[in-house]
Write a protein that binds this ligand. Sequence first.
Ligand SMILES: CC(C)(COP(=O)(O)OP(=O)(O)OC[C@H]1O[C@@H](n2cnc3c(N)ncnc32)[C@H](O)[C@@H]1OP(=O)(O)O)[C@@H](O)C(=O)NCCC(=O)NCCS
Length: 137
Amino acid sequence: MDLRVASSDELDTVLAFWAVAAENDHRPADSRAAIAALHLRDPGALILAVDGDEIIGTVIAGWDGWRCHVYRLAVAPSRRRQGIGRALIEAAEERFRALGGTRADAMVLDDNPGAHGAWAAGGYRRQAEWSRWVKPL
Ligand SMILES: CC(C)(COP(=O)(O)OP(=O)(O)OC[C@H]1O[C@@H](n2cnc3c(N)ncnc32)[C@H](O)[C@@H]1OP(=O)(O)O)[C@@H](O)C(=O)NCCC(=O)NCCS
């Protein structure tokens, strides 16, 4: 397995990967325009785990100049529990540290216990003092 940044010609493949591998409930739908905008704005944010030509995991290490947000942590269903998710989390954290970030956070669905296990294993703790307020634009 290698970890590397996604190239612009892989974005459709990443979208197809997320359709089968990612958490897709209670969130805005992914789109080609949205992933292209991410890649244009911050080409280093979308990190892939690959096995040869095959994408087996993803994470978005989003740095906005102020905070560090992790999105789209996903591992191919057939490749789970092999340490890929852990490696992707660590790759995101490495990027954040290099950029000067001091804390990473992730949005995690309450009814996604597998994700809770992965984040907890990575050292993340639920922050009970805050909840997310949203408004569709
Ligand atoms: C969550 C996810 C990314 C974890 O990826 P993974 O490659 O299987 O995780 P790892 O193999 O690196 O697991 C590291 C540790 O996390 C914990 N963990 C991982 N998956 C877990 C699960 N389903 N249940 C409980 N703990 C889990 C374990 O402690 C594990 O260590 P162990 O295997 O030695 O026990 C993967 O299950 C996934 O893609 N799920 C669907 C998408 C999703 O929910 N993403 C998170 C959105 S917030």
